[in-house]
Ligand binder design. Structure first.
Ligand SMILES: [Zn+2]
Length: 371
């Protein structure tokens, strides 16, 4: 038996284990792809088949492995949020929660030998384990940032179009200044090029997109997102100045969030976040100068990016945050954005019995789901 054939048999066995789980439909699709190969008299094990086997392996390792109560809760929640953000956007597809140390989003395609008609689905990575006690509703507004990744996959041009003018004129001006500056060093020119690369939206892993998704989450979850962001900043205490291609430094994200919160009139909720930011980043302006962040993230560029994101949220008619009474909500809980608003309000007003409130809400909602 060839090695490839053995690998295919192993994969077939893994797929069979999806029977009797909520991933049954995915399993059936995968079987449709794999079965003809398993029964074929001769398998051409070169190129496409090897590629397919690798793809199946990657896919199977990314799929959720447990289907406990939290999985049931999160699966229902994700689908509701996709509809609720704005049903006209038609975000809803096959979407699944999976558990990971950090929030995240991945778009996975089911493999196919024919190269066309690949079925795509969304995987939302949530922190913690598949146990209801691990769910922290005060952290959940982050899921709307991840939903931003999903939105931009389906509507890739709106945000880059809105940001383009500001972005291009900013870097054009900087280049003109650099030409005039005879003392300019080669390092400065390289830094300028890198900064432009960090900011230019392409795919979805760029600074501008990450900031836009934070703004979308703020638009939709309001103070509940400020709270979730603040908790992350406080708990993770990340190095605020790290520059990487996929995420802007926290010092930039916080500056953008504060700017957006003022524009969306959430200023009265900023106190805690601003204090933590000041403590962690020290005298921010000085620190930014020292870390050449003024070149990488000047105020006017952050402002333009936030403005573009707000205009896109408005054009997409994303649902906006609204206040929800937590006691009334407990009497008749529902999946969706009101859950975050009610949890936030409860944490503000009755923090001593917050845990009990969340426990009851999660219990009631989970009991109402049939997968
Ligand atoms: Zn992101």
């Amino acid at each position: 038996m060839s090695n490839q054939y053995k690998r295919m048999r192993q994969i077939a066995e893994e797929i069979r284990q999806l029977h009797g789980t909520p991933l049954l439909a995915i399993g059936a699709e995968l079987e449709k792809t794999l079965d003809p190969l398993l029964t074929a008299q001769e398998i051409d094990v070169t190129g496409p088949v090897n590629h397919l086997i690798d793809h199946l392996n990657r896919l199977l390792s990314a799929l959720p492995k447990t289907f406990g109560q939290r999985f049931v809760f999160d699966a229902a929640l994700v689908l509701t949020l996709m509809d609720e953000w704005n049903p006209k956007l038609k975000l809803r597809r096959l979407a699944l929660p999976a558990y990971d140390p950090r929030w995240g989003y991945r778009r996975l395609a089911l493999p196919s030998l024919s190269r066309q008609s690949t079925l795509v689905f969304d995987l939302f990575l949530l922190p913690g384990r598949d146990a209801l006690d691990d769910a922290d509703l005060l952290d959940y507004p982050w899921i709307m940032h991840e939903m931003g990744h999903c939105l931009l996959h389906l509507h890739p041009s709106e945000f880059p179009d809105a940001f383009r003018v500001g972005l291009e004129s900013h870097f054009r001006n900087l280049r003109l200044l650099a030409v005039a500056d005879r003392g300019r060093t080669r390092e400065k020119a390289a830094a300028l090029r890198q900064a432009e690369q960090f900011w230019t939206p392409a795919e979805d892993q760029h600074w501008a997109h990450e900031i836009a998704f934070d703004v979308f989450a703020l638009w939709t979850c309001g103070p509940a997102f400020i709270g979730a962001f603040h908790n992350t900043l406080r708990d993770l205490n990340p190095d605020p100045f790290v520059k990487k291609q996929d995420h802007p430094p926290y010092v930039v994200r916080v500056a953008a969030l504060i700017n957006a919160a003022k524009k969306l009139r959430f200023d009265s909720y900023l106190r805690g976040l601003s204090d933590t930011y000041r403590n962690q980043c020290g005298a921010v302006e000085q620190a930014r100068k020292k870390n050449d962040l003024l070149l990488f993230a000047p105020d006017n560029l952050i402002r333009d990016c936030v403005d573009a994101a707000i205009s896109v949220a408005r054009n997409f008619e994303l649902r906006r945050w609204r206040e929800v009474d937590p006691d009334r909500f407990l009497a008749e809980p529902s999946f969706g954005l009101d859950l975050f608003a009610a949890a936030f309000k409860k944490s503000q007003t009755g923090s001593s019995n917050y845990a009990e409130w969340q426990h009851s809400v999660l219990g009631k909602l989970t009991a109402s789901v049939t997968l």
